[in-house]
Write a protein that binds this ligand. Structure first.
Ligand code: NAP
Ligand code: ZN
Length: 350
């Protein structure tokens, strides 16, 4: 087994602490990555606090991983020592079901997530990127474009693909009016990517202090959602709303802002036990679509990275050391991050 240093929690209310963990030995088709940076996604928080259920402790989160290839197995073809690479939300799947064959590994019944999944290599659970190294199958490793800053690229591995995939699926581009609800990690990537696709972008935010920054990120318009009335003024304005809000909210109100034939697509995933009540009339009147979207496949993730390389897109980040993760979680939950915390993994090596 290979040793790694990591930061994780042992229970829902636990603080992060340093742990020694093991990774499997490098197999024929494996790549060992020295991790340099890892983003903090709100999904890490939902999992560490067991808000979605199913957490198995210790939880070592982190699925926005970037680093340098340190070692490759004898049959690895795509990567060599020294390459700049990333790992997102998945590290394995069965590889031969209809979903995998279609490039949709994230629909595979045997899909293995980067953390909190069974790990056949160690017999324990998968542990994420809040750690000094990781061993991953070549097919789940992504190339980071040479022109992009490594730390700023980390959030592309989840926030980037989660917003790119639905924007592509719904053919967002020139002439599309897009609203992004919630200006956090996902939201700010959604704004940058939709703007690069040529869309007319609006940000819907509770935080009036983010209004000027929203425009710098690429939005043309900002709606401050401080009351129901402030949203009602924008009835039927948007072809597509990308909803990144991580808490329960009135979807009927958001559907009222969608144009006839348009779509409200949920990517934000509140904790279990909370439900939405949808009025059928919110959808039927304008033949509107209410949908959800989960990350994206591996091929599409590479396409997204190449798109970001072409357009020079990275995340706006606040870099922290590993001993500041608890504070970063509190600030993220309070929507007080501009716009993604990224852990400098070198701080774990000291
Ligand atoms: P984040 O950085 O915390 O951003 C969420 C933003 O939503 C906040 O900055 C805030 O923006 C707004 N917000 C927060 N609480 C709210 C509330 N109670 N009511 C209204 N707005 C609220 O989170 P994230 O990392 O972007 O993740 C967002 C959600 O997506 C999480 O639930 C996460 O688990 C989920 N997620 C899903 C996928 C997927 O594949 N579908 C992938 C990654 C993450 P303002 O200050 O602008 O209001
Ligand atoms: Zn994520």
């Amino acid at each position: 087994m290979i040793k790694a240093t990591a930061y994780g929690v042992n229970g829902t209310k636990d603080k992060f602490s340093k742990m020694e963990i093991e990774r499997r030995e490098v197999g024929e088709k494996d790549v060992k990555i020295k991790i340099d940076y890892c983003g903090i996604c709100h999904s890490d928080i939902h999992t560490a606090r067991n808000e979605w259920g199913g957490a198995s402790y210790p939880v070592i989160p982190g699925h926005e991983i970037v680093g340098i290839v340190e070692e490759t197995g004898s049959k690895v073809k795509k990567y060599k020592k020294g390459d700049r690479v990333g790992v997102g939300c998945m590290v394995d799947s069965d590889g031969n079901c209809t979903h995998c064959m279609a490039g949709n590994e994230h629909y595979c019944d045997e899909g293995i997530y980067t953390y909190n999944s069974p790990d056949s290599g160690t017999g324990k659970r998968t542990y994420g990127g809040y750690s000094t190294n990781v061993v991953v199958k070549e097919n789940f490793v992504l190339k980071i474009p040479e022109n992009l800053d490594m730390a700023g690229s980390a959030p592309l591995l989840c926030a980037g693909i989660t917003t790119y995939s639905p924007l592509m699926k719904w053919n967002v581009g020139k002439g599309t009016s897009v609203a992004v609800a919630g200006l956090g990690g996902l939201g700010h990537m959604g704004v940058k990517i939709a703007a690069a696709m040529g869309a007319d972008v609006t940000v819907i935010t509770r935080s009036s202090s983010k209004a000027d920054e929203a425009k710098r990120l690429g939005a043309k318009h900002v709606v401050v959602s401080d009351s129901r009335e402030s949203l009602k003024k924008h009835a039927e304005e948007y072809d597509f709303i990308l909803d990144t809000i991580p808490a329960v909210h009135d979807l009927n109100l958001y559907l009222s802002m969608v144009k006839p034939e348009g779509a409200l697509v949920l990517v934000g995933l509140p904790e279990v036990g909370h439900t939405y009540t949808i009025n059928a009339g919110s959808l039927i009147g304008g033949r509107k679509t209410l949908a959800g979207s989960n990350i994206g496949g591996i091929k599409e993730t590479q396409e997204m990275l190449d798109f970001c390389g072409k357009h020079g897109i990275t995340a706006d980040i606040e870099m922290i050391n590993a001993d500041q993760i608890d504070k970063a979680y509190e600030r993220t939950v309070n929507a007080d991050v501009r716009y993604r915390f990224v852990i400098d993994i070198n701080s774990m090596r000291k």
